[in-house]
Design a protein around this ligand. Structure first.
Ligand SMILES: Nc1ncnc2c1ncn2[C@@H]1O[C@H](COP(=O)(O)OP(=O)(O)OP(=O)(O)O)[C@@H](O)[C@H]1O
Ligand SMILES: [Mg+2]
Length: 450
């Protein structure tokens, strides 16, 4: 195995390392009778870690290793590799309540910072599916230049049931929160969970890229040229800055329940198994004990982004369908959480978190491929709309009423969540129209954190 000068533990670099590792951990029998039969494929796609798939005649599994730095950058950006301990611990909790909604965990190695889990490669990352679905129906050249395999995506996208998707994610968040809140655990066990789940370096990363940098001049920030004036205004918008300070206070100070911590559409896989839709939530490495509304808000923002992207391409029915995941997730959350008296506060938190998530995708470091891969002028339109919607969420802590279905001439079922006092807030600022501008080159910046 490869031991670099900078890593205190051996890093998995390729097939030989992974096969040797499977033998070492007693995992080989899950895959093959002999090492020569094992095929290994690296599927590292995010920024933080390395992921390999190992397969053979007897089965397959995924091996994820956290190096002691940000994988795409290297040793010059060190990050605590114990983020994978947070991931493993949260999976353990989730396995007790929602085992069907996470990958099966096969092995955890705290010394080598490796998690071995069920191979989910029969499913597809939700963000990729949403992007490919639009690319397949849009300009083929744009899809190619965005690096999207439109044909493959069309297959995957066909038939995503967004209501069922929302139900799984809402229940996931609700069950995790209900199992780990203070009233369930008792003061002592809750305090112990808060302590053991502390994830300071990854939380600091969230503060930087979600709650701080987008609201001031920072070298990380970028935005579509159509947002130039809005971004200039944002940096001196005291009302927004005060509201974001409130979100940050909640993030840093309200240890309510264990969270996934990074629940965007790159942390969900969808597909079909046994004739039914399968949904798996993965990658809880940002997990910590925080405000319950955060997980819902990140999911809502990313589904709203996917809806805005569809709408910008003139596909309002698809936009409405995508957005229906938001209401479905709130319904499912409310059932699992089962404490109606606290729901309005959680929903208001969630929309504010949706706001900061949306804003960082519009004007921060890490943008959403859903919008970045749109052809112009749709990209400009969606970027402007996202900015305005995100700002509204931050200020109001409420949904923005979208007219996707009405625009399409479809009799609208209310797309915003029903269970909330914040729902249907007609006073929430409406997203503005957009001014198409000159196309910009697709960005080379990474899609997800950091
Ligand atoms: N269990 C699995 N089965 C199949 N593929 C997987 C599995 N886990 C991860 N992958 C693939 O590897 C990619 C990266 O995984 P993951 O998001 O967990 O890594 P990460 O480095 O933490 O990402 P990020 O930097 O976005 O946080 C996923 O997008 C997916 O394509
Ligand atoms: Mg990750």
């Amino acid at each position: 195995m490869t031991v670099t000068a900078q890593s205190p533990y051996p890093l998995l670099e390729g097939r030989a390392d992974v096969v040797e590792y499977l033998v070492l951990r007693g995992l080989l029998p899950l895959v093959a009778a002999a090492t020569s039969e094992v095929e290994v494929r690296e599927v590292t796609a995010g920024n933080m870690n390395r992921v390999f798939l190992a397969g053979g005649p007897l089965g397959s599994l995924a091996v994820k290793q956290a190096p002691p730095w940000v994988q795409v950058v290297g040793p010059e950006w060190p990050v605590d590799p114990d983020r994978i301990v947070s991931e493993a611990r949260t999976y353990e909790r989730l396995a007790e309540r929602v085992p069907e909604s996470i990958p099966r965990i096969l092995d955890f190695d705290a010394e080598r910072h490796v998690l071995a889990m069920e191979d989910l490669s029969d499913l597809a990352v939700l963000r990729d599916v949403l992007v490919a679905e639009l690319a397949a129906g849009a300009d083929a050249d744009a899809a190619v230049s965005a690096g999207v395999d439109a044909a493959a995506g069309a297959d995957e996208a066909a038939g995503v049931d967004h209501v069922a998707l929302g139900q799984v994610v809402g229940r996931f968040v609700g069950e995790l929160a209900a199992a780990t809140r203070r009233t369930t655990l008792g003061d002592e066990a809750h305090a112990a969970l808060v302590a053991v789940s502390a994830n300071p370096e990854l939380c600091a990363l969230t503060v930087d890229v979600v709650l701080d940098e987008p609201y001031r001049e920072h070298e990380h920030n970028r935005w579509h040229p159509a947002l130039k004036e809005r971004v200039r205004e944002l940096y001196r918008d005291d009302e927004v800055r005060a509201a974001v300070a409130g979100v940050r206070e909640a993030f840093e100070g309200r240890a309510e329940a264990l969270l996934h911590g990074d629940l965007h559409s790159g942390s969900v896989m969808v597909g079909r198994r046994d004739g039914e839709q399968a949904v798996k939530v993965f990658d809880p490495e940002f997990s910590f004990v925080g405000p319950i509304g955060m997980d819902l808000g990140l999911f809502w923002a990313n589904l709203e982004i996917a809806a805005l992207a569809a709408d910008a391409l003139g596909r309002p029915e698809l936009a409405a369908e995508r957005y229906s995941a938001v209401a479905a997730s709130l319904d499912a959350f409310a059932r699992a959480w089962n404490d109606p008296g606290t729901l309005d506060g959680i929903v208001a938190d969630a929309w504010r978190f949706a706001g900061v998530e949306g804003m960082r995708r519009a004007a921060g470091f890490s943008h959403a491929a859903d919008i970045e891969t749109l052809p112009e002028p749709a990209r400009a339109a969606a970027s402007v709309r996202l900015f305005d919607v995100a700002r509204a969420h931050i200020l109001t802590g409420a949904a923005v009423r979208h007219d996707f279905a009405r625009d399409a001439g479809v009799s609208a079922s209310e797309p915003a969540p029903r269970a909330s006092a914040a729902d249907g807030d007609d006073t929430a600022p409406r997203a503005s129209g957009a001014t198409p501008t000159t196309p910009t080159a697709p960005s080379a910046a990474p899609e997800e954190r950091p």
